[in-house]
Write a protein that binds this ligand. Structure first.
Ligand code: B12
Ligand code: SF4
Length: 444
Protein backbone atom coordinates (compact mmCIF):
# COMPACT_ATOMS: atom_id res chain seq x y z
CA UNK A 1 0.00 0.00 0.00
CA UNK A 2 2.82 2.35 -0.86
CA UNK A 3 2.27 2.60 -4.60
CA UNK A 4 4.18 4.87 -6.94
CA UNK A 5 3.44 5.38 -10.62
CA UNK A 6 5.66 3.76 -13.28
CA UNK A 7 7.72 6.82 -14.19
CA UNK A 8 9.59 5.17 -17.09
CA UNK A 9 6.37 4.37 -18.95
CA UNK A 10 4.99 7.83 -18.19
CA UNK A 11 8.13 9.48 -19.57
CA UNK A 12 7.71 7.48 -22.78
CA UNK A 13 4.04 8.37 -23.00
CA UNK A 14 4.61 12.13 -22.68
CA UNK A 15 7.44 11.97 -25.22
CA UNK A 16 5.34 10.12 -27.81
CA UNK A 17 2.40 12.47 -27.32
CA UNK A 18 4.69 15.46 -27.77
CA UNK A 19 5.79 13.94 -31.07
CA UNK A 20 2.18 13.58 -32.20
CA UNK A 21 2.01 9.81 -31.69
CA UNK A 22 -1.12 8.64 -29.90
CA UNK A 23 -0.23 6.76 -26.73
CA UNK A 24 -2.31 5.49 -23.83
CA UNK A 25 -1.21 3.85 -20.61
CA UNK A 26 -2.81 0.77 -19.11
CA UNK A 27 -1.74 1.06 -15.49
CA UNK A 28 -1.83 -2.37 -13.90
CA UNK A 29 -1.46 -0.99 -10.35
CA UNK A 30 -5.19 -0.42 -9.89
CA UNK A 31 -6.62 -2.80 -12.47
CA UNK A 32 -7.11 -6.49 -12.84
CA UNK A 33 -5.62 -8.99 -15.22
CA UNK A 34 -9.16 -9.59 -16.49
CA UNK A 35 -9.55 -5.92 -17.46
CA UNK A 36 -6.33 -6.08 -19.44
CA UNK A 37 -7.40 -9.30 -21.21
CA UNK A 38 -10.73 -7.69 -22.13
CA UNK A 39 -8.99 -4.62 -23.51
CA UNK A 40 -6.55 -6.68 -25.56
CA UNK A 41 -9.24 -9.01 -26.89
CA UNK A 42 -11.67 -6.21 -27.69
CA UNK A 43 -9.06 -4.44 -29.82
CA UNK A 44 -8.68 -3.19 -32.43
CA UNK A 45 -5.16 -4.56 -32.04
CA UNK A 46 -2.38 -2.01 -32.32
CA UNK A 47 1.09 -1.85 -30.71
CA UNK A 48 1.48 -2.89 -27.09
CA UNK A 49 4.60 -1.85 -25.16
CA UNK A 50 5.28 -3.61 -21.86
CA UNK A 51 7.69 -2.66 -19.08
CA UNK A 52 9.61 -5.62 -17.70
CA UNK A 53 11.92 -6.03 -14.75
CA UNK A 54 13.14 -9.22 -13.16
CA UNK A 55 10.18 -9.48 -10.80
CA UNK A 56 7.47 -8.86 -13.37
CA UNK A 57 8.77 -11.38 -15.94
CA UNK A 58 6.08 -14.10 -15.48
CA UNK A 59 3.32 -11.48 -15.85
CA UNK A 60 4.98 -9.97 -18.90
CA UNK A 61 5.22 -13.38 -20.54
CA UNK A 62 1.53 -13.98 -19.87
CA UNK A 63 0.57 -10.55 -21.26
CA UNK A 64 2.67 -11.22 -24.37
CA UNK A 65 0.79 -14.48 -24.92
CA UNK A 66 -2.67 -12.90 -24.71
CA UNK A 67 -1.60 -9.89 -26.79
CA UNK A 68 -0.19 -12.07 -29.57
CA UNK A 69 -3.29 -14.29 -29.56
CA UNK A 70 -5.35 -11.12 -30.02
CA UNK A 71 -3.25 -9.85 -32.92
CA UNK A 72 -1.20 -7.09 -31.27
CA UNK A 73 2.32 -6.12 -32.23
CA UNK A 74 4.40 -6.34 -29.09
CA UNK A 75 7.40 -4.44 -27.74
CA UNK A 76 9.14 -5.01 -24.42
CA UNK A 77 11.46 -2.60 -22.63
CA UNK A 78 12.78 -1.74 -19.17
CA UNK A 79 15.76 -3.02 -17.20
CA UNK A 80 15.41 -6.76 -17.84
CA UNK A 81 14.74 -7.60 -21.53
CA UNK A 82 18.17 -6.48 -22.79
CA UNK A 83 19.71 -9.30 -20.75
CA UNK A 84 17.24 -11.88 -22.10
CA UNK A 85 16.70 -10.93 -25.73
CA UNK A 86 16.28 -14.47 -27.06
CA UNK A 87 13.91 -15.47 -24.29
CA UNK A 88 11.64 -12.42 -24.69
CA UNK A 89 11.54 -12.86 -28.46
CA UNK A 90 10.66 -16.52 -27.97
CA UNK A 91 7.95 -15.51 -25.48
CA UNK A 92 6.18 -13.43 -28.11
CA UNK A 93 7.86 -10.01 -28.19
CA UNK A 94 8.21 -8.70 -31.74
CA UNK A 95 10.83 -6.19 -30.64
CA UNK A 96 13.02 -5.83 -27.55
CA UNK A 97 14.03 -2.25 -26.73
CA UNK A 98 17.38 -1.90 -25.01
CA UNK A 99 18.20 1.25 -23.04
CA UNK A 100 16.17 4.46 -22.95
CA UNK A 101 12.82 4.07 -24.65
CA UNK A 102 11.75 7.55 -25.75
CA UNK A 103 13.57 8.11 -29.04
CA UNK A 104 13.61 4.42 -29.91
CA UNK A 105 9.83 4.18 -29.70
CA UNK A 106 9.39 7.46 -31.56
CA UNK A 107 11.15 5.75 -34.49
CA UNK A 108 9.81 2.25 -33.90
CA UNK A 109 6.07 3.01 -33.73
CA UNK A 110 5.81 4.41 -37.29
CA UNK A 111 7.94 1.53 -38.61
CA UNK A 112 5.67 -1.06 -36.98
CA UNK A 113 2.52 0.81 -38.03
CA UNK A 114 3.57 0.74 -41.66
CA UNK A 115 4.65 -2.88 -41.33
CA UNK A 116 8.03 -2.01 -42.84
CA UNK A 117 10.04 -4.61 -40.97
CA UNK A 118 13.09 -4.03 -43.18
CA UNK A 119 13.35 -0.52 -41.69
CA UNK A 120 13.91 -1.96 -38.21
CA UNK A 121 17.58 -2.48 -39.11
CA UNK A 122 17.99 1.31 -39.13
CA UNK A 123 16.59 1.82 -35.63
CA UNK A 124 19.20 1.90 -32.86
CA UNK A 125 18.69 0.18 -29.51
CA UNK A 126 16.50 -2.74 -30.51
CA UNK A 127 16.60 -6.50 -31.09
CA UNK A 128 14.20 -8.45 -33.29
CA UNK A 129 13.94 -11.54 -35.44
CA UNK A 130 14.79 -11.03 -39.11
CA UNK A 131 12.87 -12.75 -41.94
CA UNK A 132 15.34 -15.67 -41.83
CA UNK A 133 14.54 -15.86 -38.05
CA UNK A 134 18.05 -14.88 -36.99
CA UNK A 135 18.21 -12.42 -34.08
CA UNK A 136 19.30 -8.93 -35.10
CA UNK A 137 20.66 -6.52 -32.52
CA UNK A 138 21.10 -2.96 -33.79
CA UNK A 139 23.63 -0.35 -32.61
CA UNK A 140 23.22 0.86 -29.01
CA UNK A 141 20.82 3.78 -28.67
CA UNK A 142 22.56 7.06 -27.88
CA UNK A 143 21.32 8.49 -24.62
CA UNK A 144 19.25 11.65 -24.41
CA UNK A 145 21.72 14.44 -23.75
CA UNK A 146 19.46 17.09 -22.27
CA UNK A 147 16.97 15.35 -20.01
CA UNK A 148 15.48 18.72 -19.07
CA UNK A 149 14.25 19.10 -22.62
CA UNK A 150 12.04 16.03 -22.13
CA UNK A 151 8.44 16.55 -21.06
CA UNK A 152 7.57 15.55 -17.49
CA UNK A 153 6.07 12.08 -16.99
CA UNK A 154 2.49 11.90 -18.33
CA UNK A 155 0.92 11.51 -14.88
CA UNK A 156 -2.35 12.73 -16.37
CA UNK A 157 -2.56 9.49 -18.37
CA UNK A 158 -3.16 7.43 -15.19
CA UNK A 159 -5.28 7.77 -12.08
CA UNK A 160 -2.55 9.63 -10.20
CA UNK A 161 -4.94 10.94 -7.56
CA UNK A 162 -5.62 7.35 -6.52
CA UNK A 163 -1.92 6.74 -5.84
CA UNK A 164 -1.77 9.76 -3.56
CA UNK A 165 -5.09 8.83 -1.96
CA UNK A 166 -3.93 5.24 -1.26
CA UNK A 167 -0.94 6.60 0.59
CA UNK A 168 -3.12 9.03 2.55
CA UNK A 169 -5.61 6.32 3.46
CA UNK A 170 -3.01 3.82 4.65
CA UNK A 171 -0.27 6.05 6.02
CA UNK A 172 -1.98 9.35 6.77
CA UNK A 173 0.21 11.09 4.19
CA UNK A 174 -0.23 11.41 0.44
CA UNK A 175 3.01 10.85 -1.45
CA UNK A 176 4.40 11.59 -4.92
CA UNK A 177 7.64 10.52 -6.65
CA UNK A 178 10.05 12.47 -8.80
CA UNK A 179 13.39 11.84 -10.52
CA UNK A 180 16.17 14.43 -10.66
CA UNK A 181 18.79 12.47 -12.64
CA UNK A 182 19.40 9.42 -14.81
CA UNK A 183 22.15 6.87 -14.35
CA UNK A 184 24.71 6.08 -11.67
CA UNK A 185 28.47 6.16 -12.34
CA UNK A 186 29.39 3.77 -9.49
CA UNK A 187 30.04 0.12 -10.21
CA UNK A 188 28.72 -2.04 -7.39
CA UNK A 189 29.09 -5.43 -8.99
CA UNK A 190 25.56 -6.71 -8.36
CA UNK A 191 23.75 -3.60 -9.62
CA UNK A 192 22.00 -3.58 -12.99
CA UNK A 193 23.10 -0.81 -15.39
CA UNK A 194 21.13 -2.16 -18.32
CA UNK A 195 19.15 1.02 -19.07
CA UNK A 196 21.39 3.99 -18.34
CA UNK A 197 24.89 2.42 -18.42
CA UNK A 198 27.27 4.22 -16.10
CA UNK A 199 26.39 7.71 -17.29
CA UNK A 200 25.03 10.40 -15.04
CA UNK A 201 22.81 13.13 -16.38
CA UNK A 202 21.13 15.67 -14.14
CA UNK A 203 18.20 18.00 -14.50
CA UNK A 204 18.60 21.61 -13.41
CA UNK A 205 17.52 22.44 -9.85
CA UNK A 206 15.00 24.90 -11.29
CA UNK A 207 13.34 22.28 -13.48
CA UNK A 208 13.02 19.82 -10.57
CA UNK A 209 11.64 22.60 -8.34
CA UNK A 210 9.11 23.47 -11.08
CA UNK A 211 7.92 19.86 -11.22
CA UNK A 212 7.73 19.58 -7.45
CA UNK A 213 5.79 22.84 -7.21
CA UNK A 214 3.40 21.59 -9.88
CA UNK A 215 2.95 18.24 -8.09
CA UNK A 216 2.15 20.03 -4.83
CA UNK A 217 -0.41 22.28 -6.54
CA UNK A 218 -1.96 19.40 -8.45
CA UNK A 219 -2.08 16.52 -5.93
CA UNK A 220 -1.59 18.20 -2.50
CA UNK A 221 0.80 15.51 -1.19
CA UNK A 222 2.20 15.54 2.33
CA UNK A 223 5.50 13.96 1.28
CA UNK A 224 7.61 12.94 -1.68
CA UNK A 225 10.01 10.21 -2.64
CA UNK A 226 13.05 11.33 -4.61
CA UNK A 227 13.35 8.14 -6.71
CA UNK A 228 16.98 8.70 -7.82
CA UNK A 229 19.59 5.99 -7.42
CA UNK A 230 21.76 8.27 -5.26
CA UNK A 231 19.92 11.50 -4.50
CA UNK A 232 22.87 13.26 -2.85
CA UNK A 233 25.42 12.21 -5.46
CA UNK A 234 26.22 15.82 -6.41
CA UNK A 235 26.50 18.05 -3.32
CA UNK A 236 26.85 21.26 -5.38
CA UNK A 237 23.59 20.45 -7.16
CA UNK A 238 21.88 19.61 -3.87
CA UNK A 239 22.85 22.95 -2.34
CA UNK A 240 21.53 24.81 -5.38
CA UNK A 241 18.32 22.81 -5.33
CA UNK A 242 17.88 23.51 -1.60
CA UNK A 243 18.41 27.24 -2.24
CA UNK A 244 15.87 27.16 -5.06
CA UNK A 245 13.25 25.49 -2.84
CA UNK A 246 13.94 28.04 -0.10
CA UNK A 247 13.58 30.92 -2.54
CA UNK A 248 10.17 29.55 -3.55
CA UNK A 249 9.22 28.83 0.05
CA UNK A 250 8.68 25.15 -0.79
CA UNK A 251 9.19 22.54 1.91
CA UNK A 252 7.70 19.10 1.37
CA UNK A 253 8.93 16.28 3.65
CA UNK A 254 10.68 13.61 1.63
CA UNK A 255 12.69 10.40 1.72
CA UNK A 256 15.51 9.34 -0.58
CA UNK A 257 18.27 6.80 -1.18
CA UNK A 258 21.94 7.66 -0.84
CA UNK A 259 25.42 6.29 -0.33
CA UNK A 260 27.23 6.80 2.96
CA UNK A 261 30.19 8.46 1.21
CA UNK A 262 27.77 11.03 -0.24
CA UNK A 263 26.46 12.10 3.16
CA UNK A 264 28.87 14.71 4.51
CA UNK A 265 27.85 16.81 7.55
CA UNK A 266 26.95 19.70 5.23
CA UNK A 267 24.85 17.47 2.97
CA UNK A 268 22.98 15.95 5.92
CA UNK A 269 22.37 19.39 7.40
CA UNK A 270 20.99 20.59 4.04
CA UNK A 271 18.76 17.52 3.76
CA UNK A 272 17.33 18.22 7.21
CA UNK A 273 16.67 21.87 6.32
CA UNK A 274 14.89 20.76 3.14
CA UNK A 275 12.51 18.50 5.09
CA UNK A 276 14.13 15.11 4.50
CA UNK A 277 12.79 12.74 7.16
CA UNK A 278 14.44 9.47 6.08
CA UNK A 279 17.55 8.47 4.17
CA UNK A 280 17.96 4.90 2.90
CA UNK A 281 21.57 3.79 2.81
CA UNK A 282 22.93 0.79 0.93
CA UNK A 283 25.05 -0.62 3.73
CA UNK A 284 25.18 -4.21 2.39
CA UNK A 285 27.75 -5.68 4.79
CA UNK A 286 29.64 -4.89 7.97
CA UNK A 287 32.71 -6.63 6.60
CA UNK A 288 35.11 -4.40 4.70
CA UNK A 289 36.44 -7.45 2.88
CA UNK A 290 32.97 -8.10 1.43
CA UNK A 291 32.31 -4.42 0.65
CA UNK A 292 35.58 -4.39 -1.29
CA UNK A 293 34.66 -7.59 -3.12
CA UNK A 294 31.42 -5.87 -4.15
CA UNK A 295 33.41 -2.82 -5.34
CA UNK A 296 31.04 -0.79 -3.28
CA UNK A 297 33.55 2.04 -2.79
CA UNK A 298 32.40 2.71 0.77
CA UNK A 299 33.89 1.87 4.16
CA UNK A 300 32.07 0.36 7.12
CA UNK A 301 33.04 3.44 9.15
CA UNK A 302 31.52 5.77 6.55
CA UNK A 303 28.20 4.00 6.95
CA UNK A 304 28.35 4.24 10.74
CA UNK A 305 29.23 7.93 10.55
CA UNK A 306 26.45 8.63 8.04
CA UNK A 307 23.83 6.97 10.25
CA UNK A 308 25.08 8.95 13.27
CA UNK A 309 25.00 12.20 11.28
CA UNK A 310 21.41 11.52 10.22
CA UNK A 311 20.40 10.76 13.78
CA UNK A 312 21.88 13.98 15.11
CA UNK A 313 20.13 15.94 12.34
CA UNK A 314 16.79 14.34 13.25
CA UNK A 315 16.64 12.26 10.07
CA UNK A 316 15.70 8.58 10.26
CA UNK A 317 18.01 6.11 8.58
CA UNK A 318 17.10 2.91 6.79
CA UNK A 319 19.70 0.31 5.87
CA UNK A 320 19.76 -2.27 3.10
CA UNK A 321 21.87 -5.33 3.90
CA UNK A 322 22.82 -8.31 1.77
CA UNK A 323 23.67 -11.85 2.85
CA UNK A 324 25.56 -14.41 0.83
CA UNK A 325 27.72 -12.32 -1.47
CA UNK A 326 30.67 -14.22 -2.91
CA UNK A 327 33.21 -15.11 -0.24
CA UNK A 328 31.05 -14.23 2.77
CA UNK A 329 31.72 -16.48 5.75
CA UNK A 330 30.64 -16.71 9.37
CA UNK A 331 33.11 -14.06 10.51
CA UNK A 332 31.70 -11.60 7.94
CA UNK A 333 28.18 -12.30 9.19
CA UNK A 334 29.29 -11.61 12.75
CA UNK A 335 30.92 -8.38 11.52
CA UNK A 336 27.61 -7.34 9.94
CA UNK A 337 25.77 -8.02 13.20
CA UNK A 338 28.26 -5.86 15.11
CA UNK A 339 28.05 -3.16 12.46
CA UNK A 340 24.26 -2.90 12.63
CA UNK A 341 24.33 -2.86 16.43
CA UNK A 342 26.93 -0.10 16.39
CA UNK A 343 25.21 1.97 13.70
CA UNK A 344 21.72 1.42 15.13
CA UNK A 345 19.64 2.54 12.14
CA UNK A 346 15.91 3.12 12.58
CA UNK A 347 15.05 0.34 10.11
CA UNK A 348 16.98 -2.29 8.21
CA UNK A 349 16.10 -4.79 5.51
CA UNK A 350 18.05 -7.87 4.52
CA UNK A 351 18.06 -9.86 1.32
CA UNK A 352 20.04 -12.86 0.10
CA UNK A 353 22.24 -11.70 -2.80
CA UNK A 354 20.91 -12.59 -6.24
CA UNK A 355 22.96 -12.27 -9.42
CA UNK A 356 21.04 -10.19 -11.98
CA UNK A 357 21.91 -11.29 -15.51
CA UNK A 358 24.11 -8.67 -17.17
CA UNK A 359 25.94 -7.64 -14.00
CA UNK A 360 29.59 -8.40 -13.17
CA UNK A 361 28.37 -10.41 -10.17
CA UNK A 362 26.37 -12.64 -12.50
CA UNK A 363 29.39 -13.18 -14.76
CA UNK A 364 31.51 -14.08 -11.74
CA UNK A 365 29.15 -16.87 -10.62
CA UNK A 366 27.66 -17.76 -14.03
CA UNK A 367 29.14 -21.26 -14.12
CA UNK A 368 27.55 -22.05 -10.75
CA UNK A 369 24.15 -20.43 -11.35
CA UNK A 370 21.13 -22.61 -11.80
CA UNK A 371 17.47 -21.93 -12.17
CA UNK A 372 15.35 -24.75 -10.85
CA UNK A 373 12.17 -23.52 -12.55
CA UNK A 374 11.39 -22.58 -16.15
CA UNK A 375 12.62 -19.10 -17.15
CA UNK A 376 9.13 -17.81 -17.93
CA UNK A 377 7.80 -18.64 -14.47
CA UNK A 378 10.72 -17.54 -12.34
CA UNK A 379 13.08 -14.61 -11.77
CA UNK A 380 16.78 -13.97 -11.24
CA UNK A 381 15.97 -13.68 -7.55
CA UNK A 382 15.42 -17.45 -7.44
CA UNK A 383 18.82 -18.41 -8.83
CA UNK A 384 20.68 -20.95 -6.78
CA UNK A 385 24.44 -20.62 -6.69
CA UNK A 386 26.14 -23.98 -6.38
CA UNK A 387 28.39 -24.27 -3.32
CA UNK A 388 26.93 -21.18 -1.63
CA UNK A 389 25.53 -21.62 1.89
CA UNK A 390 21.96 -22.88 2.06
CA UNK A 391 18.87 -20.65 2.46
CA UNK A 392 18.45 -22.13 5.93
CA UNK A 393 21.91 -20.84 6.86
CA UNK A 394 20.88 -17.29 5.89
CA UNK A 395 17.61 -17.62 7.83
CA UNK A 396 19.74 -18.26 10.91
CA UNK A 397 21.92 -15.26 10.02
CA UNK A 398 18.78 -13.13 9.82
CA UNK A 399 17.48 -14.37 13.13
CA UNK A 400 20.86 -13.72 14.75
CA UNK A 401 20.98 -10.17 13.40
CA UNK A 402 17.44 -9.27 14.40
CA UNK A 403 17.72 -10.75 17.90
CA UNK A 404 21.13 -9.21 18.57
CA UNK A 405 19.98 -5.76 17.47
CA UNK A 406 16.79 -6.01 19.50
CA UNK A 407 18.69 -7.12 22.57
CA UNK A 408 21.16 -4.29 22.11
CA UNK A 409 18.29 -1.79 21.97
CA UNK A 410 16.50 -3.35 24.91
CA UNK A 411 19.60 -3.44 27.08
CA UNK A 412 19.89 0.35 26.76
CA UNK A 413 16.43 0.85 28.21
CA UNK A 414 16.27 1.28 31.99
CA UNK A 415 12.94 -0.56 32.05
CA UNK A 416 13.92 -3.63 30.04
CA UNK A 417 12.15 -6.67 31.47
CA UNK A 418 14.22 -9.71 32.20
CA UNK A 419 11.92 -12.20 30.52
CA UNK A 420 12.27 -10.40 27.15
CA UNK A 421 16.03 -10.22 27.56
CA UNK A 422 16.21 -13.94 28.37
CA UNK A 423 14.02 -14.81 25.36
CA UNK A 424 16.27 -12.82 23.04
CA UNK A 425 19.41 -14.35 24.51
CA UNK A 426 18.04 -17.80 23.95
CA UNK A 427 17.05 -16.85 20.37
CA UNK A 428 20.60 -15.63 19.77
CA UNK A 429 22.10 -18.86 21.11
CA UNK A 430 19.76 -20.88 18.87
CA UNK A 431 20.61 -18.80 15.82
CA UNK A 432 24.37 -19.22 16.41
CA UNK A 433 23.93 -22.95 16.88
CA UNK A 434 21.86 -23.08 13.69
CA UNK A 435 24.49 -21.12 11.79
CA UNK A 436 27.24 -23.48 12.85
CA UNK A 437 25.10 -26.55 12.25
CA UNK A 438 24.23 -25.50 8.70
CA UNK A 439 27.60 -23.96 7.82
CA UNK A 440 28.52 -26.97 5.71
CA UNK A 441 25.12 -27.12 3.91
CA UNK A 442 25.40 -25.67 0.43
CA UNK A 443 23.04 -24.96 -2.43
CA UNK A 444 22.98 -28.05 -4.60
C1 B12 B 1 12.04 3.41 -8.14
C2 B12 B 1 12.55 1.99 -8.21
C3 B12 B 1 11.81 0.99 -7.57
C4 B12 B 1 10.47 1.25 -6.91
C5 B12 B 1 9.41 1.23 -8.03
C6 B12 B 1 8.24 2.14 -7.74
C7 B12 B 1 7.74 2.76 -9.00
N1 B12 B 1 6.60 2.36 -9.42
O1 B12 B 1 8.44 3.59 -9.56
C8 B12 B 1 10.36 0.06 -5.91
C9 B12 B 1 10.96 0.42 -4.56
C10 B12 B 1 8.95 -0.48 -5.70
C11 B12 B 1 11.29 -0.93 -6.58
C12 B12 B 1 11.23 -2.27 -6.33
C13 B12 B 1 12.07 -3.20 -6.93
N2 B12 B 1 13.13 -2.93 -7.70
CO1 B12 B 1 13.55 -1.16 -8.33
N3 B12 B 1 14.18 0.47 -8.98
C14 B12 B 1 13.73 1.69 -8.90
C15 B12 B 1 14.71 2.66 -9.59
C16 B12 B 1 15.64 3.24 -8.53
C17 B12 B 1 14.10 3.80 -10.37
C18 B12 B 1 13.02 3.38 -11.41
C19 B12 B 1 12.72 4.54 -12.29
O2 B12 B 1 11.71 5.21 -12.12
N4 B12 B 1 13.65 4.85 -13.23
C20 B12 B 1 13.57 5.98 -14.12
C21 B12 B 1 12.93 5.61 -15.46
C22 B12 B 1 12.95 6.81 -16.37
O3 B12 B 1 13.70 4.56 -16.02
P1 B12 B 1 13.07 3.16 -16.46
O4 B12 B 1 11.94 2.81 -15.59
O5 B12 B 1 14.16 2.19 -16.58
O6 B12 B 1 12.46 3.46 -17.90
C23 B12 B 1 13.25 3.71 -19.06
C24 B12 B 1 13.70 2.44 -19.81
O7 B12 B 1 13.76 1.29 -19.01
C25 B12 B 1 12.72 2.28 -20.94
N5 B12 B 1 11.45 1.60 -20.66
C26 B12 B 1 10.77 1.44 -19.51
N6 B12 B 1 9.59 0.83 -19.72
C27 B12 B 1 9.51 0.58 -21.02
C28 B12 B 1 8.50 -0.03 -21.75
C29 B12 B 1 8.68 -0.17 -23.13
C30 B12 B 1 7.61 -0.82 -23.92
C31 B12 B 1 9.86 0.30 -23.76
C32 B12 B 1 10.04 0.14 -25.20
C33 B12 B 1 10.87 0.92 -23.01
C34 B12 B 1 10.69 1.06 -21.65
O8 B12 B 1 12.43 3.63 -21.25
C35 B12 B 1 12.29 4.39 -20.03
C36 B12 B 1 12.61 5.83 -20.28
O9 B12 B 1 13.88 6.00 -20.85
C37 B12 B 1 15.46 1.67 -10.55
C38 B12 B 1 16.85 2.08 -10.93
C39 B12 B 1 16.79 3.14 -11.99
N7 B12 B 1 17.50 4.19 -11.80
O10 B12 B 1 16.05 3.06 -12.98
C40 B12 B 1 15.42 0.36 -9.75
C41 B12 B 1 15.37 -0.98 -10.49
C42 B12 B 1 14.39 -0.87 -11.63
N8 B12 B 1 14.85 -1.89 -9.48
C43 B12 B 1 15.38 -3.06 -9.52
C44 B12 B 1 15.01 -4.14 -8.67
C45 B12 B 1 15.91 -5.37 -8.69
C46 B12 B 1 13.88 -4.06 -7.86
C47 B12 B 1 13.30 -5.18 -6.98
C48 B12 B 1 13.32 -6.55 -7.60
C49 B12 B 1 14.05 -5.14 -5.65
C50 B12 B 1 13.67 -6.27 -4.70
N9 B12 B 1 14.63 -7.11 -4.38
O11 B12 B 1 12.55 -6.39 -4.28
C51 B12 B 1 11.86 -4.66 -6.74
C52 B12 B 1 10.88 -5.16 -7.82
C53 B12 B 1 9.45 -4.70 -7.54
C54 B12 B 1 8.49 -5.02 -8.65
N10 B12 B 1 7.54 -5.89 -8.41
O12 B12 B 1 8.61 -4.52 -9.75
C55 B12 B 1 16.43 -3.18 -10.61
C56 B12 B 1 15.88 -3.98 -11.80
C57 B12 B 1 16.93 -4.87 -12.42
C58 B12 B 1 16.36 -5.73 -13.51
N11 B12 B 1 17.24 -6.20 -14.37
O13 B12 B 1 15.20 -5.99 -13.60
C59 B12 B 1 16.74 -1.67 -10.89
C60 B12 B 1 17.17 -1.35 -12.32
C61 B12 B 1 17.86 -1.27 -9.88
C62 B12 B 1 19.23 -1.78 -10.24
N12 B12 B 1 20.08 -0.91 -10.72
O14 B12 B 1 19.56 -2.94 -10.11
N13 B12 B 1 12.14 -0.31 -7.44
S1 SF4 C 1 24.05 0.14 -6.08
FE1 SF4 C 1 23.56 2.30 -6.04
S2 SF4 C 1 25.58 3.30 -5.94
FE2 SF4 C 1 25.96 1.20 -6.57
S3 SF4 C 1 26.04 1.29 -8.82
FE3 SF4 C 1 23.91 0.75 -8.23
S4 SF4 C 1 22.81 2.68 -8.12
FE4 SF4 C 1 25.00 3.15 -8.12
Amino acid sequence: MKPYPPLGILYICSHLRKKGIRADVFDSTFSSRQQLWELLRKGPPSILGIYANLMTRPNVVEILRVAKESGWQTVVGGPEPGAYVQEYLAAGADVVVIGEGEITLEELVPALQSNRLDSLHQIDGIAFRAADSSVVRTKPREQIKDIDAQPWPARESIDMARYVETWREHHGMGSVSIITARGCPYHCRWCSHEVFGKTHRRRTPESVADELEWLIGQYHPQMAWMADDVFTIHPGWLFRYAAELKRRNLKLPFECISRADRLSPQVVETLAEMGCFRVWIGSESGSQRILDAMERGVTVEQVQTAVALCRSAGIQSGMFLMWGYEGEELSDIEATVEHVKKSDPDIFFTTVAYPIKGTPYFSEVADRVQNLRPWSESSDREFQIRSRHSRQFYRHADKLLRSEVELHRLARKATADEASIAALQSGIADARLGLHATASEVEA
